[in-house]
Design a protein around this ligand. Structure first.
Ligand code: TEU
Ligand code: CA
Length: 540
């Protein structure tokens, strides 16, 4: 197996990405809704953090049934977010900070208000073939948001497929005219100087719904190769595929460079570890640390040398990682532990807005507070089957997507510095303590750990290129080695609120980073405190 060399690095292999959920990042015009100018005003902050690229969740024109993941015009910006001029300015100003803008490409489906669907409904033959229709539902395929995936359309007197809400009809990827329209749209955005695309549920585009084949359909990779040749190949772009169905075995099909498909994928196997297997995400289960070690390590080692992957704890669909797998009694220690464990791995790290300052879940107590369509549907369906309210709220508060979507907490003022008026969704009351300003003032804060981790990645190629080996330790000790050009680093985390004894036989040379501010002169006979985590370079 040939070793990948740092000389051949592509920009996105040494980069750290930051995801922005525009609606909740920064309001600039006092309407309680985040916007593009708000993002521009916060570029210096992102530059201080040290990130290289922003994945921008959708900002296109949208009826907002699924907060922008239902697009009715790919060429227009949602008015409440700003204008195309603002976006051009964002791309240009970000560039002055060395930050690239990565757009969210949502092409598995459109909004039912997209002119293509409206034309299809009217009987326009060309556009009918842009969607997936059936006289009768061929099966009882379920939508990811609950309920049937086949909805009857009165005007057409037949059923159409929607794997998400009924207002998000699935596009028919078998239609070459439809694909040509997508390539054209992608070229339009590439022409604006963006850094690339995050491709929403892209593993679904090869689906064969009649056969209930969704992810990984037979033509999936043909379409991705066509996309590369028709839209991507001339520019040095990053493409990150959101692929819920990907396994370490199928990942190289998307990411092996010679296949000319995508740069990397998001895998979700670690995100499923706190749900009961075979059930939905709402069926809660406690995380097992040994399982987490196993899954993450498998992704570190199973990919061929030339395939690449992403690293993440959170995004706009997931609960806050600190509330999920951190510990409220040790927010700083456990938050730093999670950050160090992930950022010392091989792959491109993604930070979700607010993760770097320790934002947490938002407690929902009434149905009125549920904003997200997935949680709303879940709530209604559960109510119908007579499940106790407390149980429903427990699931929603643990796993609901609203947790990640509360406004960014900039300071301790009434609306958290996000807006001067009452925001579209309440700011988490803990913004009085947890906010950017407080983080920046305190040199021991989580922010500075993230900042340091990003700097370390820039400085030490071992983090980017080193091989990975999970160490066989105590169950709750997550320890691994990275090795590169005769140098070995050891990463060790006590993933537990219990003091844990562990002894390594190796000798440390220097301490790279730690969450208890310790310099480790020996790693024999350690009594590791709750969540104690360190990275040391070993003596050769
Ligand atoms: O999410 C894909 C997806 O499968 C989600 O339904 C995911 O399973 C769920 O959110 C986990 O709770 C993408 C986007 O990231 C999401 O925001 C969109 O709602 C969805 O696609 C449809 O575009
Ligand atoms: Ca605004």
């Amino acid at each position: 197996m040939s070793k990948v060399k740092k000389e051949n690095a592509l920009w996105w292999q040494s980069a750290v990405f930051y995801q922005i959920y525009p609606k909740s990042f920064q309001d600039s015009n006092h309407d309680g809704i985040g916007d593009i100018n708000g993002i521009i005003s916060r570029l210096p902050y992102l530059h201080q953090l040290g990130i290289d690229a922003i994945w921008l969740s959708p900002i296109y024109s949208s009826p907002n049934v699924d907060n922008g993941y239902d697009i009715d015009n790919y060429y227009e910006i949602l008015a409440e977010f700003g204008t195309m001029k603002d976006v051009e300015q964002l791309i240009a100003e970000a560039k002055t900070f060395g930050i690239r803008i990565v757009m969210d490409l949502v092409v598995n489906h459109t909004s039912d208000q997209h002119p293509w669907f409206l034309e299809a409904e009217k009987g326009n033959k060309k556009y009918q073939d842009y969607y997936i229709w059936q006289k009768e539902p061929p099966n009882d395929l379920q939508s990811f948001f609950g309920g049937t995936a086949w909805t009857f359309n009165e005007k057409q007197n037949r059923y159409y497929l929607h794997l998400f809400s009924k207002n998000q009809p699935d596009l028919n990827w078998e239609n070459p005219n439809m694909r040509e329209d997508i390539w054209k749209m992608m070229r339009f955005w590439i022409g604006k100087g963006i850094g690339g695309f995050r491709l929403d549920v892209i593993d679904l585009i090869g689906k064969q719904p009649e056969k209930e084949i969704l992810g990984d359909g037979p033509n999936l990779h043909t379409y991705l190769q066509e996309m590369y040749h028709e839209a991507l190949k001339e520019k040095d772009l990053v493409t990150i595929g959101e692929t819920g169905s990907v396994t370490p075995e199928t990942a190289p099909l998307y990411t092996a460079p010679e296949r000319n498909e995508l740069s990397m994928v998001f895998q979700f196997q670690h995100m499923a570890l706190d749900e009961q297997s075979g059930h939905s995400k709402w069926a809660l289960k406690k995380l097992s640390v040994p399982e987490l070690k196993k899954v993450l390590s498998k992704w570190q080692t199973a990919l061929p040398e030339n395939a690449w992957n992403s690293l993440f704890w959170s995004n706009h669909d997931q609960p806050r990682i600190l509330s999920r797998w951190g510990d409220g009694n040790y927010p700083l220690e456990s938050g730093k532990m999670l950050a160090i464990l992930l950022h010392l791995m091989r792959g491109t790290p993604f930070i979700y807005q607010g993760e770097e300052i320790g934002m947490t879940n938002f407690p929902i107590h009434s149905a009125k507070q549920i904003q997200d369509i997935e949680s709303q549907n879940f709530y209604q369906n559960q109510q119908k089957t007579g499940i106790a309210k407390e149980k429903i709220f427990e699931s929603i508060n643990t796993k609901g997507r609203d947790n990640a979507r509360t406004p960014m907490q900039w300071d301790n003022t009434i609306f958290g510095g996000f807006s001067t008026v009452s925001p579209w969704y309440p700011v988490n009351p803990n913004h009085k303590q947890i906010n950017v300003e407080a983080n920046l003032k305190n040199s021991e804060s989580l922010f500075y750990t993230y900042q340091k981790l990003i700097l370390l990645r820039k400085k030490y190629p071992i983090i980017i290129w080193g091989s990975y080996e999970l160490l066989d330790t105590a169950p709750t000790i997550f320890a691994y080695k990275r090795n590169y050009e005769h140098e070995t680093w050891l990463v060790c985390a006590n993933f537990s609120d219990q003091e844990t004894f562990y002894s390594f036989s190796e000798e440390p040379e220097t301490t790279v980073i730690s969450n208890y501010n310790v310099t480790y002169s020996s790693i024999n006979n350690l009594n590791l405190r709750p969540y104690e985590t360190f990275v040391v370079k070993l003596k050769p």
